[in-house]
Design a protein around this ligand. Structure first.
Ligand SMILES: Cc1cc2nc3c(=O)[nH]c(=O)nc-3n(C[C@H](O)[C@H](O)[C@H](O)COP(=O)(O)O)c2cc1C
Length: 422
């Protein structure tokens, strides 16, 4: 069931050796790409139907076409902030196949006409930062970066920027502010980064995995790539599988694979012979679903029933020892802490949500609290400035639908507890 494209070099090459990369067809696609016209490359990417792998699932070719038409100086950013709990795929890509990211970034830069790129890496990823810096240096020494790349007219460079431990800096505008040397806070959209990004110049931001897919697309051709995966999304996906499974880890599967196949066939099923209670998808900002929904595919479109997305591809498995409200409480404490504070619904809203959820955790909840919680998460979802608040409440919205009896039972138990106390 696994389909190995992105992870084909994992543990097979030395990530500190450009020679190993070159021996495994590395930078060969770039050589070919530089002989093509930028529009021809964009056409292949369009044909591939690839969507971004950073969480939002936006069509990559549309974003690239938009910025290609801008006339200013342009930047490229590779988003390697990976702060979403439960996700570790970008770390693996950086630590095991760094040059494929660089190759994807150079191809993108050539396609849209960018002259400078940044790779913004999560601050805690010491090894990845070291490997990426070394790979960039090696690429520069071998004329894959710098002036007149491979004797072409095209020049491009990449710089590593280290994040400082803020989850919000994965959000594209907070990341841009951080690169500019400011505190990581989002901006009002529009204009979008492709119109006014770093220092107000057009900026293309893509996730690590998205960039890594570009050499693969050009290698096999956009049409062939579009046939991989499902009717909804093309290609393969790196899945970060964690929690109570026998074999947690990173797996690459085609879109169309079900959550159940990943958990049972790749992950070996629930650990210690326990029963599966719930799964959180995408990370802390994703929906929590019950075991009877795990037959669903990992395609974003199917997630419309949760008003959510598969996100960056995390599957967090929880067995019957876990308390639903304890999990939601941890999620919400995380978002309360990570809110940048710029907009009131996110800054104050998450504080209030934590207070209400604590009532459920401590068996003090009433029907009124449930109503307040519902209206509060709706306000956060509808009114926050950036995606943090638009997605942070997915665990509450989804569990209100799929675990409604747990909420009702907790309210009943709270009532009984208060009657006993009196
Ligand atoms: C709070 C927040 C955190 C995010 N963190 C990341 C991240 O760590 N990595 C990432 O690629 N995208 C992250 N995103 C999504 C980015 O804003 C952006 O959509 C993405 O980098 C675009 O790349 P793609 O089109 O290749 O998916 C985050 C979004 C939000 C709202």
């Amino acid at each position: 069931m696994e389909q190995i494209l992105l992870s084909k070099r994992f543990n097979k090459i030395d990530p500190y050796s450009i020679k190993d990369y070159l021996k495994s067809n590395g930078y060969q696609i770039l050589r070919e790409a530089l002989k093509m016209k930028p529009k021809e490359i964009l056409d292949e990417i369009k044909l591939s139907k690839i969507v971004g792998r950073g969480g939002a699932g936006f069509p990559t070719a549309i974003k690239m076409a938009g910025i290609k038409n801008e006339t200013d100086k342009k930047y490229i950013v590779c988003n390697a902030d990976e702060g979403e709990p439960g996700n570790f795929k970008d770390r693996h890509l950086m630590e095991k196949d760094p040059h494929s990211i660089i190759e994807g970034m150079i191809i993108s830069a050539y396609t849209i006409g960018a002259y400078h790129g940044y790779i913004y890496i999560r601050g805690e990823y010491d090894t990845a930062i070291d490997i990426m810096k070394n790979a960039i240096e090696e690429a520069r020494n071998n004329n894959f970066l710098g002036k007149n790349i491979l004797q072409s007219e095209f020049s491009f460079n990449i710089e590593v920027r280290r994040g400082a431990g803020a989850y919000i800096c994965g959000e594209e505008f907070a990341l841009i502010e951080s690169i500019e040397g400011k505190p990581g806070r989002t901006r009002v959209k529009p204009p979008y980064p492709s119109q006014a990004g770093i220092f107000n110049y057009p900026t293309l931001i893509n996730n690590v995995e998205t960039f890594c897919n570009l050499p693969i697309i050009l290698d096999m051709g956009g049409k062939a790539y579009a046939e991989l995966g499902s009717d909804y999304i093309s290609g393969t996906k790196l899945i970060s599988l964690s929690g109570n499974v026998k074999k947690p880890g990173l797996y690459e599967v085609p879109y169309g694979t079900t959550i159940k196949q990943v958990i049972e066939e790749l992950g070996g099923g629930v650990d210690q012979g326990r029963n599966l209670k719930m799964i959180q998808l995408g990370g802390a900002c994703g929906p929590i679903i019950p075991r009877n929904l795990i037959d669903m595919d990992i395609d974003n479109e199917r997630f419309e029933i949760f008003d959510s997305k598969m996100g960056a591809g995390a599957i967090i498995v929880m067995d019957d020892r876990f308390d639903l409200f304890d999990i939601i409480h941890r999620n919400m404490k995380f978002f309360e802490h990570e809110s940048c504070g710029k907009c009131m619904p996110c800054r104050e809203g998450h504080r209030q949500v934590v207070t209400l959820i604590e009532k459920f955790v401590h068996y003090n909840a009433t029907e009124d609290d449930l109503h307040s919680l519902k209206s509060l998460v709706d306000v956060i979802h509808e009114t926050t400035l950036c995606g943090l608040g638009q997605t942070s409440i997915a665990s509450i919205l989804s569990t209100m639908t799929f675990f409604n009896e747990d909420y009702q039972r907790r309210i009943e138990d709270s009532k009984r507890k208060s009657e006993t106390l009196w």
